[in-house]
Design a protein. Structure first.
Length: 548
């Protein structure tokens, strides 16, 4: 091993170590290793994986800037936990007042459900009593009332059918948009995992730079190994969390979708059967349906309220994500959940990684220029002379200039992709004392060191921006931007369809149910009047009866 090359790894590794230890430091507070971090010191109250969707971050941001509220206007609502004062904390899923105030938006439907349940229950009771105890002679039949009740009954049944259609369509669209959004997030997570795994591979390569020639300081090796382990275990955690959360969320979505389909079908059946039975005058069945409908309607009103709340929360979250993307410097509730480092730190890390790439390539090219390609006389000591001969080894293209601006490769320079193959052609065979016995300018040992170093430089060059993007949440911002632009409008629209559908169905079935009872009564009165008239032989035309 030449003396000149020997110090190469020793020179590089401290630089790499400095970079990686700073990266290690930042990543240990950053996204990739969030789960590791939360395993080692579980902060009570820190947001858990399940609470914020697919990815568990779980670490708090250390840099505190100005606090500001997200979606403050949208979330300004009455807060029942705080004497119905307006809630001003903005979108903040760690705040119970937020949930109370957004939950309170469904109050209209919850109240209607309660009033209906109690009020109609009392009516039913009263009706029952009247029916059983104080059996009055039914009188007061009027053709107009009868006709009106038929028309309204028909109208409300049609409205119920339309409501069912809206509900069914809305749930279908809601289900497919939520699935699409979920898939998008999972794809992003999958890409991140794939990148992290690749980074981890490159780090493993970095650890083995010159490993058989020079013994690396063990602490440097350990440090690289630690970063590597952390990154690969973060990747594993991210992957398994993604898989679990995806499955759980899909199960919930499927269940909700199925429940909504069943509700739509049952309400449709109820409305149609009720209509049919009351037209046919099957009183007993009508009353059975009335009891069933009474309970179902209370349930669907509550569901409508729940979906109104969901619709509001979807809107809040979309607005919050949008604002967060647009105001990267403000400290918001999302920054409590997402562990982003500030821009300056991220930029510093990025330029450090570029610096290391620049240095590594520079050192390799220095070795090529001053050792491999040098035609030193055989009297020179072994580090410089190892009987190198033949065509000159091409240089590796340095992607950066001294000031770390982008550099365009000169003609004949190799890029990272083909350096490994091309340099292979310049390797000579060596004797036992590491001297070339055939034409060539690189000994196998030199070659393996060079490609390792090239590999590490490439890894840093290629994945540096990705790692920095994880650190400063650029990737998260991109994901949020795509979600707010492509998925939010549909999510908001279709969750609205679902609650409007539910409200329509509930109201229409509620009214038609009332008219089943009214119509049944009118029908009874009509029959009775007819009977009385027949007994008296009284053909009053005002009753409009034409007997068969
Ligand atoms: C923080 O808030 C103060 C006063 O509200 C303001 O003067 C200052 O510019 C803000 N800083 C940032 C970084 O937004
Ligand atoms: C994400 O990765 C998992 C496993 O690697 C795979 O099963 C799944 O299909 C991928 N999902 C997407 C949306 O690419
Ligand atoms: C990871 O590396 C493999 C092989 O080097 C490559 O095919 C793949 O595209 C890389 N993945 C990403 C996300 O860069
Ligand atoms: C460079 O690193 C990648 C990822 O670990 C590996 O697949 C590849 O074989 C390495 N190339 C060389 C020449 O070591
Ligand atoms: C969110 O709510 C929690 C709990 O009330 C609070 O500690 C935190 O400061 C809030 N975050 C913001 C950004 O207002
Ligand atoms: C971060 O800083 C760089 C330059 O220092 C600037 O170009 C970039 O726009 C900044 N990004 C954000 C999100 O502030
Ligand atoms: C070769 O070595 C000389 C003297 O050590 C140095 O000045 C020069 O920069 C080296 N060449 C390269 C390409 O590094
Ligand atoms: C440098 O090159 C990279 C990759 O090709 C590119 O993403 C980046 O924008 C370039 N930077 C400048 C300042 O041109
Ligand atoms: C290596 O790749 C670079 C850039 O693609 C190209 O300019 C160069 O000719 C390639 N060298 C060889 C020997 O293929
Ligand atoms: C290395 O070995 C060769 C023969 O295999 C010999 O000619 C040469 O002088 C030796 N060089 C050194 C530096 O020992
Ligand atoms: C030096 O290399 C040449 C081929 O370029 C070879 O013929 C010769 O035997 C080598 N000398 C020694 C001492 O190995």
């Amino acid at each position: 091993m030449s003396l000149l090359i020997k110090p190469l790894p020793c020179l590089l590794l401290p630089i790499i170590f400095i970079l990686f230890s700073s990266t290690l430091h930042s990543t240990s507070h950053g996204a990739p290793s969030a789960d590791l971090h939360s395993q080692t010191n579980h902060i009570p109250g820190a947001v858990d994986e399940s609470e914020n969707g697919v990815v568990g971050w779980g670490v708090r941001r250390s840099v505190l800037e100005n606090s500001s509220t997200l979606a403050a206007q949208r979330t300004r609502r009455k807060d029942p936990l705080n004497n119905f004062n307006y809630y001003t904390g903005g979108w903040n899923i760690s705040n119970k007042h937020y949930f109370a105030s957004v939950g309170f938006t469904g109050i209209t439907f919850f109240l209607i459900a309660a009033i209906w349940f109690v009020g109609f229950g009392l009516c039913l009771l009263l009706l029952c009593c009247c029916f059983c105890c104080c059996r009055r002679e039914p009188y007061g039949y009027s053709r107009a009332a009868y006709a009106l009740s038929v028309i309204l009954l028909l109208l409300f049944t049609v409205a119920a059918v339309i409501g069912c259609i809206v509900l069914y369509t809305g749930q279908g669209q809601f289900h497919s948009t939520t699935s699409e959004t979920l898939d998008y997030v999972v794809r992003q997570a999958n890409t991140t995992v794939a990148n992290l795994e690749n980074v981890s591979d490159y780090l493993a390569a970095a650890k083995s730079i010159g490993i058989d020639q020079v013994s690396l300081p063990t602490d440097v090796q350990n440090n690289i190994g630690n970063v590597d382990n952390e990154i690969s275990s973060a990747a594993t955690t991210l992957q398994s969390e993604t898989k679990n959360n995806k499955k759980n969320i899909e199960d919930v979505l499927d269940t909700v979708g199925l429940a909504l389909i069943i509700i739509a079908a049952v309400m449709l059946l109820l409305a149609l059967l009720g209509f049919l039975f009351s037209i046919l005058g099957l009183q007993f069945l009508v009353y059975v349906l009335v009891i069933i409908g009474w309970i179902l309607i209370a349930g669907t009103f509550i569901l409508a309220g729940v979906f109104l709340v969901v619709n509001n929360m979807v809107g809040d979250t979309c607005a919050a994500m949008d604002q967060w993307v647009q105001n990267p410097t403000a400290h918001t509730a999302l920054d409590d959940i997402l562990p982003c480092v500030d821009n300056a730190t991220a930029q510093a890390t990025l330029s450090q990684s570029q610096e290391v790439t620049y240095q590594l390539v520079g050192i390799m090219n220095g070795v090529i220029a001053n050792v491999s390609n040098a035609n030193v006389p055989p009297i020179a000591p072994q580090p410089l002379y190892f009987n190198q001969s033949g065509p000159l080894v091409p240089f590796l293209c340095n992607p950066f200039n001294t000031d770390l601006s982008n550099r365009t490769c000169a003609a004949g320079e190799l890029d990272f992709e083909n350096a490994t193959q091309v340099w292979q052609n310049y390797v000579c065979q060596v004797s036992s004392n590491n001297t070339c016995t055939t034409v060539g300018r690189l000994t196998p040992a030199m070659y393996s060191q060079m490609i390792n170093a090239a590999n590490v430089s490439y890894g840093l060059y290629h994945y540096g921006p990705f790692l920095v993007g994880l650190l400063d949440c650029r990737l998260v911002r991109e994901t949020f931007t795509a979600i707010t632009q492509e998925h939010c409008p549909d999510l908001k629209r279709y969750s609205m369809w679902v609650y409007i559908g539910l409200a329509m169905v509930s109201a229409a079935v509620m009214l038609s149910l009332i008219f089943w009872v009214i119509y049944a009564r009118e029908r009874r009165h009509r029959k009775y009047t007819k009977l009385v008239n027949a007994q008296h032989g009284d053909h009053d035309d005002s009753f409009g009866e034409k007997r068969p």
